[in-house]
Design a protein around this ligand. Structure first.
Ligand SMILES: NC(=O)c1ccc[n+]([C@@H]2O[C@H](COP(=O)([O-])OP(=O)(O)OC[C@H]3O[C@@H](n4cnc5c(N)ncnc54)[C@H](OP(=O)(O)O)[C@@H]3O)[C@@H](O)[C@H]2O)c1
Length: 358
């Protein structure tokens, strides 16, 4: 949806090399919520760069990282990075903190609720701190805006894979990741929001990421969704041609649904011109075709993100009265496989075609 220009908005993208306006006098601490593929990558990069960071972990990742460093692999090699880590109930929030939400989309509502009402030292609540929403899909910003005053909507391009607690491999060369970020919700946004945005962009640039600051991140989230509707296709068994054909149709259907819903889709070439692109290079422990949904299936995760990817397309289709049989079939087949605790490859392209045919 077109927006009225926000007078306080950043007028130029922040690149990996360019200056960033208005850093805060107190460096902000990035409180990274979730020690999965994205959270480990950002926290390890921040630690290496000397950017204040705290990684909030749980379960097996927390247990391992209490005593061992993050095992971080990228095209430059494998490093052990001792990242500051804590369990949720051990964190004392500071007014200069920024919450960086790196949980899966289906976990976002619970995490946002848990952090919004925590006390901040000196007064205030977590809901008063800026929160960066990195989730794929289109829904996290609504859940965040329901509780938080300053929501920085972000879309991250990073080829990160985590198959064991506390371990991550990312094949990114050039920038370590490319993030498009902008204030969620309609403007005009207060100066504090723009200051937080500039601070987060500066911190990301310091970690070796490219930060592409925009007035409205929504069309960039929509663009990302058109890529992420393919995540589920990677999980299916079937020959390459059959998967590629299904993938093309799933994306085409999703594009038609976004169009029917009146959602603008950004042009990826514009970002590439502004801040460059991640290049994928050979990296130990990293293999192509293993999206974050594939990783969830491989780890036997209790839930997968499909309801917020293909399921987002299905939701919009139902709200706007247009068909989305392939996205619905993919969502249904993978939802069933996840509920049964099945791994990648248990469902097939033929299963999805059959479900779509009714
Ligand atoms: N992986 C990529 O390359 C990539 C690239 C671009 C975008 N993304 C997007 O980025 C988001 C994160 O993806 P990911 O691949 O990093 O997911 P992930 O590997 O599943 O990581 C999420 C982590 O958050 C933890 N978590 C969930 N709720 C929590 C809570 N309340 N408190 C503390 N920890 C919590 C999870 O723990 P449990 O295991 O215990 O649930 C898990 O360790 C997704 O929306 C994804 O689509 C991923």
């Amino acid at each position: 949806m077109p927006r009225t220009p926000d007078p306080g908005a950043a007028s130029a993208p922040v690149t990996g090399t360019g200056p960033v306006p208005g850093p805060a006098p107190t460096p902000r601490r990035l409180v990274v919520l979730g020690a999965g593929a994205v959270g480990l990558t950002l926290a390890a990069r921040a630690t290496e760069a000397g950017v204040p960071v705290l990684l909030v972990a749980r379960g097996a990742a927390l247990e391992r990282l209490r005593t061992a460093p993050v095992r971080y692999a990228d095209p430059d090699g494998v490093r052990e990075v001792r990242v500051p880590v804590a369990a949720e109930d051990e964190v004392a929030l500071e007014p200069s903190d920024v919450l960086v939400l790196t949980v899966k989309a289906q976990q976002a509502e619970d995490a946002l609720t848990a952090w919004a009402y925590r006390e901040v030292a000196g007064g205030g609540l977590g809901a008063d701190l800026p929160v960066v929403t990195l989730q794929n899909g289109l829904d996290t910003e609504r859940a965040a805006l329901r509780r938080f005053t300053t929501v920085l909507s972000a879309s991250i391009l990073v080829p990160a894979q985590s198959f064991a607690p506390g371990e991550v491999a990312t094949a990114a060369a050039g920038p370590a990741a490319v993030l498009t970020l902008g204030p969620a919700g309609a403007g005009p946004h207060p100066p504090a929001t723009h200051a937080a945005l500039a601070d987060v962009a500066a911190a990301l640039v310091a970690t070796g990421c490219a930060a592409h600051v925009v007035e409205d991140a929504a069309p960039w989230k929509a663009l990302k969704l058109l890529g992420n509707v393919l995540n589920g296709v990677e999980v299916l068994a079937g020959d390459e041609d059959a998967r590629a054909a299904l993938g093309r149709e799933v994306v085409e259907e999703a594009r038609a649904v976004l169009d029917a819903a009146g959602l603008a889709v950004a042009d990826g070439a514009e970002r590439e011109r502004a801040v460059g692109a991640v290049r994928v290079r050979r990296t130990e422990g990293w293999e192509p075709g293993r999206s974050s949904t594939f990783q969830s299936f491989a780890r036997g995760a209790a839930s997968v993100e499909t309801d917020h990817l293909n399921g987002e397309v299905v939701l919009l289709a139902r709200l706007h009265g247009v068909p989305a049989p392939l996205n619905a079939a993919l969502q249904r087949v993978l939802g069933r496989a996840a509920a049964r605790g099945e791994g990648p490859g248990s469902a097939t392209v033929a299963d999805v075609r059959a479900a779509a045919a009714g």
